[in-house]
Design a binder for this molecule. Structure first.
Ligand SMILES: [Fe+2]
Length: 291
């Protein structure tokens, strides 16, 4: 077995316990991030642009990017308060056997690549993540969760907000729900004291959005600012190109990567010329042995 069991790391355990404890902070500069998707280069660009007191991440640390451990390591090193995303849960559900089968059956995806890269520390980090967390800052109550429902549903009324909110229902207190998952930055006000927001994705946009910058939000003394910063995506594209040459990854996964990290105009553009000219195997994947 590649994944080794080991004795409990008490320092790491206490650190993670601290992460999920409620916090009460005054005069806070908060960095909100989400949907990192194995992209530490976008995180480093944000770090060069901003400073903050606390960082909070709304999940999806892995999948659809090439560097899962570097991304998780950044969050650990920066003492980020984090919740579990649906892609994190999916990768945790994989195994070495399922990855081997995926490669053999020509359906190998970024999720399988990421699972193979995760060390025991990375797996422990993802396993330790709560589904939601709460904290207060500058007199405002926050509740953080990756997604509102199992699809891309949003909260449209105060009634829906109150039903979702797990803390005290004090209407005079300002309350904010923080979501990820949609990869779209927004602030949705239900009234002057109640809103939900989404910092967008650090890593990549949805197919209809061609902005390649890293998205995030800064909340300083309660005031929300939208952040976007450009960064060098070359190292991420290089990994996709290496998979293209190997011919082991599903074509649609590589098309996604060429859209996210390259200059493809859509997420279903034909792959680079040198490979598309090659014959396809009977399974439909490109034979890139000589690509
Ligand atoms: Fe995501």
């Amino acid at each position: 077995m590649k994944k080794e069991t080991h004795v409990i790391d008490w320092q790491a355990f206490l650190f993670r316990t601290w992460l999920i404890m409620p916090i009460q902070v005054m005069c806070l500069k908060l960095l909100l991030i989400s949907d990192l998707h194995s992209n530490p280069y976008a995180l480093e660009a944000i770090e060069k642009t901003e400073s903050w007191d606390e960082v909070c991440c709304c999940g999806d640390f892995v999948d659809y990017g090439p560097f899962p451990m570097e991304t998780i390591r950044w969050c650990i090193d920066h003492h980020a308060r984090c919740v579990l995303g649906n892609h994190d849960a999916y990768v945790l559900g994989l195994s070495e056997i399922s990855c081997t089968e995926a490669k053999r059956e020509h359906r190998f995806r970024w999720a399988h690549d990421n699972y193979c890269q995760l060390t025991e520390e990375g797996l422990d980090f993802l396993r330790s993540l709560p589904r939601s967390l709460s904290f207060s800052a500058d007199g405002i109550k926050y509740q953080v969760q990756h997604q509102y429902d199992q699809a891309y549903g949003t909260i449209e009324s105060e009634e829906q907000f109150d039903a979702f909110w797990t803390g005290p229902q004090k209407k005079e207190t300002e309350r904010r729900l923080v979501f990820g998952h949609t990869h779209r930055q927004c602030v949705h006000m239900l009234n002057e004291h109640t809103l939900w927001l989404n910092p967008g994705s650090v890593s990549y946009r949805r197919p209809d959005d061609h902005d390649k910058r890293a998205h995030y939000m800064i909340v300083e003394q309660g005031k929300i600012r939208f952040g976007k910063v450009a960064y060098d995506r070359t190292p991420l594209l290089n990994r996709a190109e290496a998979y293209l040459k190997q011919g082991t990854m599903l074509e649609t996964e590589l098309q996604d990567a060429f859209f996210f990290f390259g200059n493809a105009l859509t997420s279903r553009e034909p792959l680079p010329e040198s490979c598309t000219k090659l014959p396809k195997t009977e399974k439909g994947d490109h034979d890139c042995e000589t690509c």
